[in-house]
Design a protein around this ligand. Structure first.
Ligand code: HEC
Length: 219
């Protein structure tokens, strides 16, 4: 072929250029995102995760929670996420900075967890409810499809005083169930999933803004 080299250069440049545009524009848009600093309080959002929550993220990955749960709240008016109580605003790219791996997920067999740390739970305090739920979801949510994770807990003989970390479960005289370190780490990670701060780019993506717009629209 006479123009083989020319053809090669042409194809190579086309591929290289589209690759560069795809990757570099993504990097340009998201790679430079910095935490938002509140002018008045000086606080930066999103706040970084603690070391324990970072370890919890590994447990989340290991146990496959991402195969049933997403971490991405859709905007009000676009799906029913806020009616389900999954969050009062859409999550935006900046909400995820600082997490070196994000388990956004793509299948919603269970509820979205991006704001789970902020959601109220019935009957128990937040941590107790979630420990009991992980230990056996059907104890709190009859008919739940979520698997139990009893191996995140240790059933042990009470020696001396019962542990203050023991779950409120009746597992036989002289025995108690306490969370392992992995369970505590997983809970710290879930607790960290909160959309309780505002970001300038998310101001139009709140339930409030959506309701305001709705009122203005003619019937
Ligand atoms: C086979 C799918 C499946 C897997 C795997 C799974 N879940 Fe779930 N999860 C569900 C379903 C369905 C529900 C809703 C019923 C319920 O609350 O038990 C749920 C509910 C929850 C809730 C309660 C959320 C709320 O606001 O009501 C939390 C928290 C949760 N899951 C965390 C986890 C974690 C952490 C893991 C991994 C250790 C996990 N799930 C693995 C299906 C799953």
């Amino acid at each position: 072929m006479k123009n083989g080299i020319l053809l090669f250069i042409g194809v190579f440049s086309a591929v290289a250029l589209s690759w560069a545009i795809l990757i570099l524009t993504g990097f340009q848009t998201y790679g430079n995102l910095r935490p938002y600093v509140d002018d008045i309080t000086g606080d930066a959002f999103p706040t970084p995760m603690t070391g324990l929550a970072e370890r919890g993220r590994a447990v989340y990955a290991e146990l496959g929670c991402v195969s049933c749960h997403t971490q991405q709240v859709r905007r009000p008016g676009f799906g029913v996420d806020h009616q389900r109580g999954w969050g009062d605003r859409q999550s935006v790219a900046r909400d995820y900075i600082g997490q070196h791996q994000v388990y956004i997920g793509d299948i919603r067999i269970g509820p979205d967890l991006r704001n789970v740390g902020e959601r109220d739970v019935p009957e128990f305090d937040w941590a107790t409810w979630h420990h009991l739920h992980l230990y056996n979801p059907r104890m709190l949510v009859p008919g739940s499809l979520m698997p139990s994770f009893p191996y995140l807990y240790e059933k042990r003989k009470i020696v001396g005083q019962p542990s203050s970390r023991a779950l409120p479960l009746n597992v036989g005289d002289g025995y108690e169930v306490v969370p392992t370190e992995r369970a505590e780490a997983l809970l710290a990670y879930l607790r960290n999933q909160r959309l309780d701060y505002s970001l300038p780019e998310a101001e139009d993506l709140t339930v409030e803004a959506w309701e305001r717009r709705h009122e203005q629209e003619p019937e």
